[in-house]
Design a protein around this ligand. Structure first.
Ligand code: ADP
Ligand code: MG
Length: 696
């Protein structure tokens, strides 16, 4: 192979391959299905399937799989061979349109939140032609959606695809109002920046908590953390560099546009940013990226941690979701233009996003809510749980002038009467980034910074697309019926700014003052997953999702249940792991060390009878009292776990986990961490934070 250009996408049945291998009429029909969602004939699917198979066989492929993204948040697959017996006892390699289009994995044990009764426990997969098929190992992967017998969505992709359609429909209405007739489609684009930790595999294998829960449940603070800030953008160590090279190659082959990789703030933490693509592909690619990170790390004797908060007291990992909308004529709708009319259009889309984030703060919070991410939000490293938007000083100035009807001036520029017909030319301003904002305008896109590193980006993006589609539809309703378009648009933007400017905050989101200020503004502060989830069921949210055909009421309910159930299960596993670690490792280690101290004291006294043995006595005393406390806290946690089955249902159960179990876990950890700091190194049963963080 001839380096990167040849390697890139070599395992993807992409546009180029399609064009080369399909008859031109089939190619046209497939492109139409990809771009406009038109349905395809079985005969067309047969031709596509055959071309896919031929292409795959040339690359040594023997199996195919319908690849889908159930509510577990990771991907699922079921492999079938291409082999097919013939009547005369031979075998041929076969793959039909029918097999391409529809699959029936035996998938009754994926979470469905009550959507599937056992008698119809079947789930079906359906080919999504808008995401390219690809080859991994010896298998052809066909991206699909996953749904129940009754047609309900059982996966993360279905609502995402529906939301892209909804946004396209409403954005097109707005573009037509601006006289924009060349555009035929608006797509949402996403570039998710992925943070992760790399630690040594041998050390990882000695930590039950990492193995079972993905995060450390114990661990006293190391003498050195991230305070020196010497890791951020620091030189990349050879072992990490080799990993990154290998990872890039794997991802390029799969057509993932991995671009930059650098160290992050915490020791052992790194980041990968892809070049953005459509929300649909970006979601698939991010899932593949996470999977490849784990696989390649293992090849290099390391483990990739994708948990949102693997180490207490050290920065957690996020996944910044860069999001925008663009036309099929190549215009980014969140890019300020050169002329007043372009800027008026830009302001309309901007206003829609502002209104959307304000009115649906709850949904955005819910879209990123997991037990793991709760540890990260508001921990002075990640945005707080309060949604707000950063738009920068210049844009804020423009909006203020429009709202108040006052002159706008900046340095040498002065525009006396400002309105959508008399907008100043403003620059793409990417200098004054605000790193603390949960939702920041970064010049030509928004960066949603609340998602945690382990999350599928399908969730936040289907919410983002839907809420913006809703505001665009409201705007279109108003503007389509207006007599004087310019005046109506002026009024609309003015009104939107004045009613929703409370969501705009350009200051420090990590500060105490902001929490107080946000409360004054009436913004939501949903600190935990359990606080946030009930908002999912509010009427305004059901109306939103059903109006745009994104989720039915039953689908909303199932997602609500699945999320709360996941929360309870996560905490339950963590609590049980803690109990086991204490009983089987930490208590024995503490006893052994106390015995060592006692035996030392006795031995010393044999040599010099009147020695005071102050060190031994003090340590024995401290450790004895701490281990009594450790034992009591363990019993307390075990007791707490006995009360988790709440007859009042899943919400009450999740609340109990949050208020009772989590608290007992924290208390237990505090004691164990104190013991760790006192105990001899060779006695402590687990690798320490220092070893884990500074050993790669
Ligand atoms: P940084 O935030 O590090 O300065 P960039 O501005 O280049 O970097 O972008 C960060 C991420 O945003 C990248 O993954 C990039 O592909 C993505 N991005 C850039 N433009 C868009 C867009 N129009 N839509 C979605 N994502 C985008
Ligand atoms: Mg970023």
């Amino acid at each position: 192979m001839n380096g990167m250009p040849d390697m890139f996408g070599c395992m993807v049945f992409n546009n180029e391959v399609m064009k080369k291998r399909l008859p031109s009429n089939t190619y046209k029909l497939l492109r139409d299905a990809i771009e406009n969602g038109t349905s395809m004939d079985r005969s067309v699917a047969d031709v596509v399937a055959n071309a896919m198979k031929e292409w795959a066989l040339e690359k040594g492929v023997t199996h195919y799989t319908h690849w889908f993204q159930p509510m577990t948040g990771i991907t699922a697959e079921k492999h079938d061979g291409f082999l097919s017996p013939t009547k005369d006892g031979r075998v041929i390699m076969e793959f039909s349109g029918k097999e391409l289009i529809k699959g029936e994995p035996d998938a009754s044990s994926f979470p469905s939140g009550g959507l599937r009764a056992t008698f119809e426990a079947r789930g079906y997969t359906a080919w999504d032609p808008s995401s390219f098929a690809f080859i991994k190992e010896n298998t052809l992967y066909i991206p699909t959606i996953f749904y129940s017998y009754g047609g309900e969505a059982l996966d993360k992709k279905t609502p995402l695809l529906r939301s892209m359609e909804a946004l396209n429909k409403q954005a097109m209405r707005i573009l037509r109002l601006f006289g924009n007739n060349a555009v035929t489609r608006v797509t949402t684009t996403v570039g998710p920046e992925q943070e992760y930790f790399l630690i040594d595999k041998e050390l990882y294998n000695k930590r039950k908590d990492l193995i079972l829960t993905g995060r450390t449940l114990f661990g006293s603070k190391p003498p050195k953390g991230q305070e020196l800030e010497d890791h951020y953008f620091g030189a990349i160590k050879p072992r990490i560099a080799a990993f990154m090279r290998d990872l890039d190659e794997e991802l390029w082959k799969l057509g993932v546009l991995a671009k930059t990789e650098h160290n992050e703030v915490a020791p052992a933490q790194h980041e990968l940013a892809p070049i953005f693509t459509t929300s649909n592909l970006a979601t698939d690619h991010n899932q593949l990226t996470m999977e490849m990170m784990k696989k390649v790390a293992s090849r290099h004797g390391m483990v990739c941690l994708l948990h949102e908060k693997p180490f207490a007291g050290v920065n957690g990992s996020g996944k910044h979701n860069n999001w925008s909308m663009s036309t099929n004529t190549g215009v980014n709708l969140l890019e300020p233009g050169d002329s007043p009319i372009e800027n008026a259009q830009f302001l309309t889309f901007l206003a829609a996003v502002i209104k959307a984030v304000d009115e649906y703060q709850d949904l955005l919070r819910i879209s990123i809510a997991t037990a793991g991410n709760d540890h990260r939000l508001g921990a002075n490293e990640a945005p707080p749980a309060i949604l707000s938007m950063f738009i920068g000083d210049e844009l804020a100035g423009v909006l203020e002038s429009i709202e108040k009807g006052t002159p706008y001036s900046k340095k040498d520029k002065e525009v006396t009467k400002i309105g959508i017909d008399m907008l100043p030319h403003f620059f793409r301003d990417t200098t004054d980034r605000n790193r603390t904002s949960p939702f920041a305008f970064t010049g030509n896109k928004f960066e949603f910074r609340m998602p945690g590193s382990a999350l599928s980006v399908a969730g936040p993006n289907f919410v983002l697309n839907t809420i913006v589609a809703e505001e665009l539809s409201q705007f279109a309703d108003t503007l389509e019926s207006a007599g004087d378009f310019t005046k109506a648009l002026n009024d609309l933007i003015k009104k939107t700014i004045s009613e929703h400017k409370r969501i705009i905050f350009n200051g420090n989101n990590y500060s105490e003052e902001w929490v107080i200020e946000a409360e004054k503004r009436g913004l939501l502060n949903l600190k935990t997953t359990v606080d946030a989830l009930p908002y999912f069921l509010l009427d305004k949210n059901t109306e939103l999702f059903t109006k745009h055909g994104i989720l039915t009421e039953a689908e909303i309910h199932s997602r609500y249940e699945i999320n709360l159930d996941g929360y309870c299960k996560t905490l339950n596993i963590e609590a049980l792991t803690m109990v086991e670690m204490v009983k089987r490792n930490i208590i024995p280690a503490t006893c052994a060390y106390i015995r060592e101290l006692s035996e030392t004291a006795i031995a010393k006294k044999e040599v010099i009878p009147d020695l005071a043995c102050i060190m031994e006595k003090t340590l024995i005393e401290k450790l004895s009292s701490l281990s009594d406390s450790l034992y009591k806290k363990t019993e307390k946690l075990e007791m707490a776990l006995l009360g988790t089955k709440d007859p009042d249902g899943i919400l009450a159960q999740a609340q109990y986990y949050k208020d009772v179990v989590l608290l007992a876990m924290q208390e237990l950890r505090a004691v164990a961490d104190e013991i760790e700091a006192l105990i001899g190194e060779k006695y402590w049963p687990y690798p320490t934070y220092s070893e884990l963080l500074f050993n790669v």
